[in-house]
Structure formats: C-alpha cells, structure tokens
Design a protein around this ligand. Sequence first.
Ligand SMILES: Cc1ncc(COP(=O)(O)O)c(C=O)c1O
Length: 391
Amino acid sequence: MINNLISKRVENLPPYLFVEITRKIAEKKAKGEEVISFAIGDPDIPTPSHIIDRLCQAAHDPANHRYPETDGLPELRQAVARWYRQRFGVSLDADKEVLPLIGAKEGIAHIALCFIDPGDIALVPDPGYPVYSVSTMLAGGEPYYMPLIGENNFLPDLDAIPVDVLKRAKLLWLNYPNNPTGAVAELDFFNRAIEFARRHDLAICHDGPYTEVAFDGYQPVSFMQADGAKEVGVEFHSLSKSYNMTGWRIGMAVGNPTMINALMRIKSNLDSGIPQAVQYAAIEALSGPQDCIEGHNAVYQKRRDLVIDVLNRIGLEAEPPKASLYIWAKVPEGYNSTDFTTDLLEQTGIVVTPGLGYGSSGENYVRLSLTITDEELMKGLSRLAEWRERA
Ligand SMILES: Cc1ncc(COP(=O)(O)O)c(C=O)c1O
C-alpha cells in the first residue's frame, strides 16, 4: 500500500549508478567469490594523520558537540579563501564568496533548487557525474546533454547547442579535471565558456574536486582563475580527493556572491551544517603541510602507468590522463560498455564502471579508478590480461 504513496519524483529517478554496482559486488561476495573493484573513486590511502589528530582533538571539545552554523566556522571560510589565494592566486571574500558544504555532492544537488524551476533546462556534460542531471530533474527541470567526445578533447561544443535549448537554459555544468574521462581544461576554454554564459544569460557551475590529483608535474587550473568567473559562476570543490577525506563529508562552493547566498538560503532550510570537529579537520588539511598531496599523486601515477600499459597491451584503447583518479578506456570491438562490464564481472570477478552509466556518449567506454591498493591492482590487471588473452 505504501508503494502507491511514493512520489512521481522518486518513481522517475534512475537508480544511482554505484548502488547497483555495490549490490552486484555484495551478491558475488555472498557466494564466496573474490571481487576486485576498479569501480568507485574512493581513495584507499588513509586521511593524513595530522588531519585526524586535529579531528580527534576537536571531537573532545564540548563546544563542538552542539549544532553547527549552516555557513560554517568563520575560520574555515577564511582557510578556504587562503587556500584559493595560495594555490590559484584567486581572491575570495570569506563571508560572501565561500560556503562550506557537507561534501561537494550536497552542494551540487542543492544548487539546482536555487536556479531550476519546472520547465527550465540545465546544460550537463555527457558523460558526466550523474548528480548534475538528477538534481535538475528533482527540481522539475530538464537536463540537456552536451556530448563530450575524444575528437574535442572531451570538452563540450558549446556552439552546437540549439538556440531553443539556450532560451530555456539557466545553468551550464562543467567539470575539469573530468570524471569520468580524465580530461583537463585550460583557462582559454573557461574564458570561452564565460563569454558564452554572458551571451546567453547562463550561470556556470564548475565542479573541480580533482584539481589536486595530477601527474607528471601538471597543475590543473581552477575555473575561478578565468577572467570574470566570479561574475557568472561558482566552483564546487572538496577535501574528499585532495586529502583522502571522502568519509568525513566536507567540501565548499566559492565564487559569485548571489549564487552563494541562494545556496546558503536553501541549505539553511534543509540542513544544519557540518559537524564542527570535521570543520576543524578541514582547516588543518587546508592550512597544514601540503606535501601529502604530492605523495598521494606519486602513488596514483604509478598505478596509472601500470593500468595504461596493460590496457593498451590487451586492446583497450586509453590515454594516460594528466589528472583525476580515472582511466577512460574504449571497450574492444564487438562489445558495448554494459556487455563488457557484465562479462568481465561474471568471468573474472573484476568490477569496472560501464560508461553508459554516465550518459549515452559513454556507451563504448568503461571507467577504471586508481583508488585500489597496489596489491589488488596487480592481481586485477593480471586477471584482466589473462581473460582478454584467452578471448
Ligand atoms: C565530479 C565529482 N564531483 C563531486 C563529487 C563528490 O565529492 P564529495 O565527496 O565532496 O561529495 C565526486 C565524487 O566522486 C565527483 O566525481
């Protein structure tokens, strides 16, 4: 009977990609089979100990046992502003242009409610992090999918968006370094996007949680470094991937003060902020020693090279990414992403993410994440190679 009461909003939701994958893994494990997962972008390396020490210390302070403020501790907003200045040379007003989040995902989901009314459009990358389109739908709007293809270096072709779509569009979603393709964007692309947003009266939401995960000395830029970024958009960022803090749930939105204020208004009605001990841990992460980032990237880079080497040897085309935690590999001739993923799991116990889960342009791809221990990675790669060689 309760089934009949569920809202259309929920009924119409696609299943969240990783819930399905986690279910399949649990099913296999329950049968006693060994599963090696390259699926989820969740760092296996622990949070650096100086950050955990600060978290534990703050957890003992009764001042941090009470409700936090929605807009976060002023010291955290100041630490975010300082970090943006040091890392990107970007100036932010800590009171008006910075908003701490319960992880970037939370802010990404809620900002749709600030801009999208029923019938409005959000322009979203395809393939893309699923939350951009799902939050648009939950707000009653429609996603318009911008294909990201290899020939365009996985950047959207903004000039190909039809005029009637642009008339109804309010938000333009961008994400570099990109999940799932591993592509990067430079300032000239962001400058063009800003000019486009001005011309078509759009707000830009740039999602940049992977700017600190980069290889071979490459330093990704922030959207906020582009001229006029603050006039048209915000950037979502996160401590999840930079400092291996996915489990603590903390991120931030920075940029246009009107957009930040709208997000704050929605959030203050829906949540009660981030646990303060976690906020102190974030201050420590952003203000403390940064050499841990280089250490993590060296680990990921070694894994990236091993994965690329094996994939290319067994006929799965993939470019080594300059940044992000992901390898975007073309499935062999005769397969689509779902068949390949299913066969691989059934026959080897290896889990990769089907590209189709990120949108129809991902149909011929799978995503492998580098957040798997070295031991599992080696085991998984040799199993994968044997499987393809047998085939
Ligand atoms: C592109 C992208 N944005 C946002 C997030 C979510 O980050 P957080 O852990 O801060 O919610 C992820 C997590 O995988 C991601 O890949």
